[in-house]
Design a protein around this ligand. Structure first.
Ligand SMILES: [Zn+2]
Length: 122
């Protein structure tokens, strides 16, 4: 479908990316919904399609913590993922493939410490 848009009608880069972003958003929303309802295969499929659209149009996937990078299942805390706080990082476990992602929050901690120090001054 996207290919046809590219070949039949010439559209600008910005327009193309806007369309791509819209479709990626829709697909990821669907993937999340399916993951929530326990339909992992479909969730994977939707995320895979979103990924393909992103690559084709050179748009970055809005991954964040939403999608497991190993098995492409949408991560819904409590349903498909487990979220824990470590001493200096957030640990997200994908319940489907068992892979971990660790996101450090050292910066936030440092900022917090700074705020508490500077409270008297400002
Ligand atoms: Zn996974």
């Amino acid at each position: 479908m996207l290919g046809k848009v590219l070949t039949r009608k010439r559209i600008g880069d910005r327009e193309l990316r806007a369309i791509a972003n819209e479709r990626i958003t829709i697909l990821m929303r669907l993937a999340r919904f399916e993951a929530y309802n326990g339909n992992m295969e479909r969730s994977r499929r939707y995320n895979g399609l979103a990924n393909r659209v992103a690559m084709r149009c050179k748009v970055s996937m809005p991954y964040g913590l939403d999608v497991c990078r190993d098995c492409l299942v949408s991560l819904v805390p409590g349903r498909t993922s487990r979220v824990r706080l470590g001493p200096e990082r957030i640990v997200v476990l994908c319940k489907q493939c068992g892979s971990y992602r660790r996101i450090p929050y050292i910066k936030e901690k440092a900022r917090m410490a700074k705020c508490q120090q500077g409270q008297g001054k400002t």
